[in-house]
Write a protein that binds this ligand. Structure first.
Ligand code: HAM
Length: 433
């Protein structure tokens, strides 16, 4: 029997196993986490960690029974006490559950949280769509002013710019409040119902339960019909209209480019007012890199007080794929400063002690324990991009010396053993890169 990885999931390695897998190198993911935390701290966002599984009804209630996620994509199982549990398909619901359960709003009426972690959706396998994927999300809870939406969008813009990404488009729309959506829903139904037979089978089904979702259909015939559909922006009530205009005003002041897409409705039920997506031309069919919006009713719907909120999440896999496609630079992977190659048994003993000393002196080092040929080991050090190799030959050891080789320049120097730690400590970063 041979064991293989399940469909729709993947491993991350310190290196890439094939040319198309360069985005799976672990140091790239670590770099993203580092940047994301650095910028989150600059914005005053605090980290929150929630469990990977929750009671199923939390997701059904918050994301919506009729959504694709809840109706066909959740990893749901019964635990040993016969309770229905679900691997989290997204992070917002869990953050809200934690907020309400611990009454975090009592001492402080607003919170700015960020989180990262794996999410699970049973999706059809295709590039950019995985069954376990890694999200970074932000939830800003407690304020309903448009400036709060802009702070979030500004964060996203700053984050993407700091990674050197190009060719991104921010699409925004407003879904208004409940009564705007009721009126719009009626107008959309009036427009679509006479053309029902020309709609795709998927959209025909949606017409009965969730007509707004027809707006983001990828079907060409649906899109043709939708060209003349009424626009939700014409149904916004005064306060939602002012909210949306103020968001746009501030985006212009902050020089954050955006486009209005009146067909943007999102696939989760909890949104109202501002919704947005960041899309990248390099991504193919699954081109949405980050997405989110305002969800002012969710805390109350889940049993908490009336607390407005706005948030987004982005998928690491899609982001890493774009960064590779656009040749963005990463922080180089962490590699040991020095690789020790002992030539012979005595050298191995001496080297093993020095290995410990170097590590105790807060420098990273690795030593060959396999006894392979020098040529092979030099090749290994080169492949790992280890900047220095320390060769311990028995002749040199007689003279209480070792040979230090700079891998990039090929320069070699003899170093007296009693000077070794000092010499290694004095290697400047410039010499090691
Ligand atoms: P979402 O649009 O479902 O929103 O997902 C956000 C992002 O997660 C997507 O734009 C995409 O980059 C990534 N993503 C989603 N599904 C997959 C998948 N199967 N494989 C790879 N990447 C995927 C949410 O999850 C909301 N919770 C966002 C939010 C936060 N809204 C308010 N606060």
């Amino acid at each position: 029997m041979s064991y293989t990885i399940p469909k729709g999931v993947f491993d991350l390695f310190p290196f890439s196993c094939k040319p198309t897998d360069t985005w799976k190198e672990i140091h790239k993911c670590q770099y993203l986490q580092y940047k994301m935390k650095e910028i989150s701290h600059a914005y005053g966002f605090e980290e929150i960690v929630t469990p990977i599984f929750e009671k199923t009804e939390l997701f059904a209630r918050s994301i919506g029974q009729e959504t694709d996620i809840v109706s066909k994509e959740m990893y749901t199982f019964t635990d040993r006490a016969n309770r229905s549990m679900t691997l989290r398909p997204e992070g917002t619901a869990s953050v809200m559950r934690a907020l309400i359960e611990k009454k975090l709003y009592h001492d402080q009426s607003f919170h700015k949280f960020f989180y990262t972690g794996p999410m699970f959706r049973y999706e059809r396998q295709q590039a950019g769509r995985y069954r376990q994927f890694y999200q970074f999300g932000v939830e800003l809870i407690g304020l309903d002013c448009p400036e709060q939406d802009v702070e979030l969008l500004d964060f996203l813009h700053t984050f993407f710019s700091s990674l050197g990404l190009q060719n991104l488009t921010l699409y925004i729309n407003s879904l208004g409040n409940e009564s705007c959506r009721q009126n719009y829903r009626r107008a959309l139904l009036e427009y679509l119902t006479p053309q029902k037979n020309k709609l795709s089978p998927e959209s025909q089904k949606r017409l009965a339960h969730n007509p707004l979702r027809i707006l983001d259909s990828k079907n060409k015939d649906d899109q043709k019909i939708l060209e003349k559909a009424p626009s939700i922006l014409d149904y916004l009530e005064e306060d939602s209209k002012i909210h949306f205009e103020t968001v746009q005003k501030w985006l212009k002041i902050f020089k954050i480019p955006f486009k209005i897409n009146t067909h943007l409705v999102r696939g989760l039920d909890y949104y109202n007012r501002t919704v947005f997506e960041v899309v990248c031309g390099n991504l193919g069919a699954q081109d949405t890199l980050a997405a989110g919006g305002r969800y002012d009713r969710l805390v109350h719907q889940l049993g908490g007080p009336e607390l407005p909120a706005v948030g987004f999440a982005l998928g690491f896999e899609r982001l890493l794929q774009i960064m590779d496609a656009q040749h963005c630079s990463y922080r180089p992977p962490n590699v040991p400063l020095v690789f020790i190659i002992p030539l012979g048994e005595l050298a191995k003993e001496v080297g093993f002690e020095w290995l410990k000393q170097i590590r105790l002196n807060h420098m990273s080092a690795e030593m060959d324990l396999s006894g392979k040929k020098l040529k092979q080991l030099m090749k290994y050090a080169d492949k790992r991009q280890i900047p220095y190799v320390l060769i311990l030959g028995e002749d040199e050891l007689q003279k209480e010396e070792v040979k230090l080789k700079h891998m990039l320049t090929g320069e070699e120097q003899a170093v007296a053993l009693d000077q070794l730690l000092l010499t290694l400590k004095n290697l400047t970063p410039a010499q090691t890169s």
